[in-house]
Design a protein around this ligand. Sequence first.
Ligand code: C2E
Ligand code: MG
Ligand code: MG
Length: 729
Amino acid sequence: MALSSSSTSHRVSGQIVWTTIVLGTCMAIVCGFSASWAAGRIDALAQAQQRTAVRSALVQAAERFAADQDIVLEGGYFIGEDRNSGIDRNLTTDLGHDRTYLVGPDGAVLRASERGRYAGRAYQQGDGAVVKPIVERLRLKIASVQFDDPGLGVDGAIGLRAVEKVAFTNGDIGLLGVRPIDPPLDAPPVTGNEYLLVSIKIVTPAVLAEMSEHIGITGLARASRPVADASLPILGPNGNVLTYLVWNPSRPARGLLLEAAPALALMMIFGGALMAIILAWLRQTSLRLEASQAHATYFALHDPLTGAANRTLFDTKLREAGGYEYLAETKVLLISIDVDHFKQINDTWGHAAGDELLKEVAKRLQLEMPEDATIARLGGDEFAIVHPGIVGDGQARWICHRLVQCARTPFQIGQEALSVSLSIGAALERAEDVTPEEMMRRADVALYAAKVAGRDGMAMYEPAMDQEKRDRRRLEIELRNAILTGEGLQVVYQPIYSTKTHGVAAAEALVRWTHPMRGLLPPDMFIGLAEDCGIIDQLGMFVLRQAARFAVKTGLSRIAVNFSPVQFKNERLAEDVLAAIAEEGLSPERLEVEITEGMLLKNSQQVQRLLKTLREAGVSIALDDFGTGYASISYLRNYQVDKLKIDQSYTRLVSTDAAVGEIVRLIIGTAHALGMVVTAEGVEDVEQQKALAAMGCTYLQGYLLSRPLSAEQMQDMLDRGNHPRRAHG
Ligand code: C2E
Ligand code: MG
Ligand code: MG
C-alpha cells in the first residue's frame, strides 16, 4: 500500500519536472523567435530610412549642383582664352564641378573648362554625345515656353534648366546641369537660341564618401547590380538604370543582438543552471516529502518494532478478507498467537532481549505464511494472522501446526539460545457468516483453550469452547467469593523433617479449595487463575494469616509460605507481610517465604528491596523448585537466600541416576559453602531419603515422611511428638 502510493508520487514528480522542462524550452523558443522577428522589423525600418537618406542626399546634391550654377552667374562673364577668369573657372575650381561648357546659340562650344583650366572650344572626353541631346531637349523646352508666352524673352528662359544624372563613355557617371545664361557682355541677347552654361560633376568615390559621411552611412559605392536591402538605382534622363548605389545595410537590432549575444548566452546558461538547480532542489524536496509521507503511512499501519501490520491495517485486511472468497467454498482463517511465558523471558533476560525475540518470532511467522496472509502484532507478545482463501479445516490445522513448529527451534538472542513456544488459537469461518469482531473473539477463545491445554500447541475454535470459557469465568467468580468469605478455602501443612534430629523442623503451608460442585481442587487448578484475574494478593494474605495463626497456636518453630511472583508487584508486600504476622503474633524469625527462581532472575530493584526488607526483619527466604528454572549455583552468590529447595524431579532420580546424584551432591555442597541450608522436596522412598541424608541435605520433605496434613492432623501429630499419622490431600 505504502509502496504503490510512493510510486504514484514518483510519477507525479517526474511529470512536474518534464512539464517544467518542456514549458521552459517552449518559452525559450517563443522568446527567441519574437526577438528575431522584432530585430528583423527594426532592421528593415532602419534600412528603409537609409534608402530615404541616400535618395534625399542625391536630391540635395543635384539641387546644390544647380544652385552652384546660379551662384557663379552673378555678374557678367567672358569668353576667351584667359584661364583665370570666367564663371566656368569658378565652377571647376571653387565649387568642385569637373567640366563646364559655354555653348553658343548655334550649339558650338564657345569655351570649355576642366578642373580650373581653360580647355579649348570643344567637348572633352566624348561629353558631346551626352550633352547634346540634353541641350537639345532644353532648347525645345525653352522654345515651347517662349512659344506659349512670346513676351517672356531671354529672362523668361533663364528660369528653365535641365539637371540630369548621366553616364559617360568612360564609365563615369555624374550630374549634368544645363541652363540658359545672359549673352556675353559683348554680344546682343538672342531669343530662342540662348547661350547655355553646361556643367558636369562626376560622382567619384570621394564624392560618395563625403555623402556617406554626411548622411552617416558606410560603404556607399557604385555597383553594377543591386544588393538586397541596401541599394538604390540611379536613373538616367530616359529612365534607364545608369548604375546602382550600394552601401553597408544598417542592422542595429541584429548588431545589438550580436553584441549582446555573449551576455545573453551567459544569462541563458546561468538561468538554465539556476532553473536546473531549482528543479533539482524541488525534485529533492518533493522526493523527501514523498519519502516522509510513505514513511509516515508505513508507520501509521505497521508495528515499528517488528514491521508486522498494526491493528489498524489488520482490521482493514480482516474486513477485506471476505472479498477473497472468489472460490466458491473458501473461508477466512484467523489465527491468534501468544508467545508462552513471554513476560518471564522479559523479566529474566531484559526488555531488549524480549524485543529481539519478538522481532525474530515475527520473522519466522512471516517465512511460514504466503504473501496474501497478513501478519500483525496487536500488542505485547500478541500476534494475529488473517489468511483468506482456505479450503478446509485440514489445511487450517496444517498451517497452525507449522506455526507451532516454527518456534520450536531455539531463538539465538545475543549470546543466549532461548527456547520459547507459541500458543495458537484459530477460527475458520465464511466471512459472510460472522462479523470480524466475532471472528476475532472466536480465535481468542481458541487461543485460551490452547493455553489451558498446556500451551505450546494449537486449538481450532469449536462452539463448546465458549462453554469452557464461561466455566472458567464462573470459577473465577467462585474463587473470588471463596477468598472474600473464606468458605471452602483451606490450608494444609506438610511437615519438613531435619535429617539430623529426624524431628519436624518446620511445615510448609499449602492451599486447598473445596469447590461446592467439583470437590477438593489442588492449587495448580486455581493459583494461575487467581494470578490471571488479580486476586492472588488476597489469596496469599489469606494463606499467610492462616499459617501464622496455625504456627502461633501449635508452637511450630517455623512455617513456610509460598509466594507468587505476582505478589511481588505490590511494593508494600514486605510491610503487609510483617504487619499481618505481627497481628497474628508470629515473630518474623519463624516465617519462611518460598519464592521461585524466576523471581530472583528478575533482578528488579523492587524484588531486591522487598527481599532485603523481609530478611532484615528476620524472615528467611527459600528458593523453591530449585533446578527447574534458569538459575545456576554461581548465580546464587549474588543473592541473599537462606535455603534451597531441591525440586522433586531431582529427588526422584537421586538414588537411581548417578549423574543426577552427582548434580544434587554438587548443589548441596555449594549451597553449604554459600552458607545456605538445603531441603529436598518429594522424598518418596527410603533410598532417596538415605542418599540425600548421606549427601548432607539438611531437611527432607515428601510423602515418605508425611503427606500434607490438615491443621487438626498436624496439630495432632505435633501433640503426639512429631510422628505422622494420617495423610491428607
Ligand atoms: P511446592 O511449593 O513445590 O509444594 C510442594 C508440592 O509438592 C505440593 O503440591 C505437595 O503436595 C507436593 N509434594 C510434597 N511431597 C511430595 C512427594 O513426595 N511426591 C509428590 N509427587 N508430590 C509431593 P501442591 O500442594 O499440589 O502444591 C503445588 C504447588 O502449588 C506448590 O509447589 C506451590 O508452588 C503452589 N502452592 C501451594 N500453595 C500455595 C499458596 O498458598 N500460594 C502460592 N502462591 N502457591 C502455592
Ligand atoms: Mg513450596
Ligand atoms: Mg517445590
